[in-house]
Design a protein around this ligand. Sequence first.
Ligand code: SAH
Length: 253
Amino acid sequence: MAHQFKKRFGQNFLRDENLLKKIVSTAQIKNQHVIEIGPGEGGLTKYLVKEAATIKAYEIDESLKHTLEELESTNPNLEVIFKDFLSVENFDSKDTNIIGNIPYNITSPILFKVLDIEHITSATFMVQKEFAERLSAQPNSKAYNALSVMIQLSFDVTYAFTVTKKVFYPIPKVDSAVITLKRTGSQNKDLHAFIKDCFQQKRKTLLNNLFETRAINKSQTASFLEELGYSSQVRAEQIIQKDFIKLYSKTLT
Ligand code: SAH
């Protein structure tokens, strides 16, 4: 029976074989451990099994069981787990790559989860084009926000390529892009909360945002900003990624 697409699970499948191969080669996962989020009918998975050492694929939709179990039975390096990826708590502690043509409505929670799992060393995701631009955005651009900073402090982000919406079934409303993330470090949750506070209200200065969210000492923070080469009227979107760490440490003292 043909698969009934489920909008609530963000199902937009890929069937363009060249594109599927291109995504897998972009991920550079030869002989490595891989987690796949949302294998669907196995479009990407069937290429991943040829390259990776092991694949753990998390799929929420049990109606795909038949198709995925067939793929599993012929590929001993594949394990399909029917579970909501966001609810998974125990991951193996070996270095792992993560990959997925992921549901658009849960892209942010997936990224926050990946951010916290330190042995995820690289990620290759298909996301909405605007979202890919945000993740790779640099200071002084419209797309640069708290998420851009948080991700870029832990990963080197590359906007790999744009993917037209026409290659998905069913066709979504917007175009997509593939991004790759290579881990360069990891940051603690307190720093992430601080970065969110810096961006609290876009129109306000950084000083005012921090004063309102954390009651910082304004004149002390203003002179520290000047030491870093910024005006005291600077907005968060003008601050370079690494300076958020310096500012954070300063507000702790
Ligand atoms: N990888 C396939 C399917 C992509 S569509 C392809 O490229 O063709 C997104 C997939 O993610 C769907 O199969 C959907 O059922 C699954 N999915 C949605 N929410 C999920 C979640 N929370 N955890 C795991 N899988 C999920």
